[in-house]
Design a protein around this ligand. Structure first.
Ligand code: DC
Length: 225
C-alpha cells in the first residue's frame, strides 16, 4: 500500500508521515531529504546551481544514504552524517535550484519509484508524490496551513537546531519556496485531484494523525491498529 502525503513546508506533513508510518508498521520516505542532500552536495562541490548538466550529474552520482531515525530520517553524504546540516537555512535558501532542475527531478523521481517497488508499502511525503510520482497511490493526503502558522513551526524547529534566525527570515524563505514550488514547470506543488485535504492550522499532530487513521479505517485500508 502506497500512502502519499503532499503539502508545503511547515504543513506538518513530515512529522505526520513519520508517525503514521510508525503506527502502521511500514517504512517512511522523506523525499524532501533527497532534494536537500543533493543541494548540500552541490554547495559543497561549489557547483554552478544554474548548470543543469552539472546538477543532473550530481543527483545521479552523489554518494548519499537515507536511513529512518527516531526523529528525522538519518542522512549521510559520503559516509558523513548530514542529518542536521540538510535542515540548515543555508540549504533551505538553495533547494529551489535543485527542486527546479528537470534532470534532478527525473533522477530522484525514478529513485522514489524504485524504493516504492522494493518496499511495496510505504508512507511517502513531498510535493509531488500523489501527482507526478505515484499517481496510482492507494490513498493520498494533502496537508496545508496558514503561512504564519507554518512559519512559526519552522522557526521553532530551526531554533531547536541552534539556528540564529528570525520569524521574518523564515517567512521570507517560506514565501519564496511556496512560489517556486508552485510555479516550476516540472512536478509543481499541486493538490492531487483525488487527495483528502486537511488544514492543519489549528490541529495538533495527533489530531491530524487521528483524522488520517480514521479515514484509512473507514475505507478498510487498515485494521484497528
Ligand atoms: O519538504 P522539505 O522542506 O524538506 O523540502 C525541501 C525542498 O525540496 C523544498 O524546496 C521542496 C523540494 N521538494 C520537492 O520539490 N519535491 C518533493 N517531492 C520534496 C521536496
Amino acid at each position: 500500500m502506497i500512502i502519499t502525503i503532499d503539502g508545503p513546508a511547515g504543513s506538518g506533513k513530515s512529522t505526520t508521515a513519520r508517525k503514521l508510518a510508525a503506527r502502521l508498521g511500514i517504512p517512511y520516505l522523506d523525499t524532501g531529504a533527497m532534494y536537500r542532500v543533493v543541494t548540500l552536495a552541490a554547495l559543497e562541490d561549489g557547483a554552478d546551481l544554474r548548470d543543469e548538466a552539472a546538477l543532473t550529474a550530481l543527483a545521479r552520482d552523489a554518494d548519499y544514504q537515507l536511513d529512518p531515525g527516531p526523529t528525522h530520517i538519518r542522512v549521510t553524504l559520503c559516509g558523513r552524517d548530514v542529518t542536521e546540516e540538510i535542515r540548515s537555512m543555508r540549504v533551505n535558501d538553495h533547494t529551489r535550484y535543485i527542486a527546479g532542475s528537470p534532470g534532478v527531478r527525473a533522477i530522484l523521481i525514478e529513485k522514489q519509484r524504485e524504493i516504492g517497488r522494493q518496499l511495496g508499502s510505504m508512507v511517502t511525503e513531498g510535493r509531488d508524490q500523489g501527482t507526478a510520482v505515484f499517481p496510482d497511490a492507494d490513498v493520498k493526503f494533502f496537508l496545508d496551513a496558514e503561512l504564519e502558522k507554518r512559519a512559526e513551526r519552522r522557526l521553532h524547529d530551526l531554533q531547536a537546531d541552534g539556528e540564529d534566525v528570525t520569524l521574518e527570515q523564515v517567512l521570507a524563505n517560506l514565501n519564496e519556496r511556496d512560489r517556486t514550488d508552485s510555479e516550476r514547470p516540472v512536478a509543481p506543488l499541486a493538490v492531487p485531484e483525488d487527495a483528502i485535504r486537511i488544514d492543519t492550522s489549528t490541529l495538533s499532530i495527533s489530531q491530524v494523525l487521528n483524522a488520517i487513521v480514521t479515514h484509512l479505517r473507514q475505507h478498510g485500508l487498515v485494521g484497528q491498529a
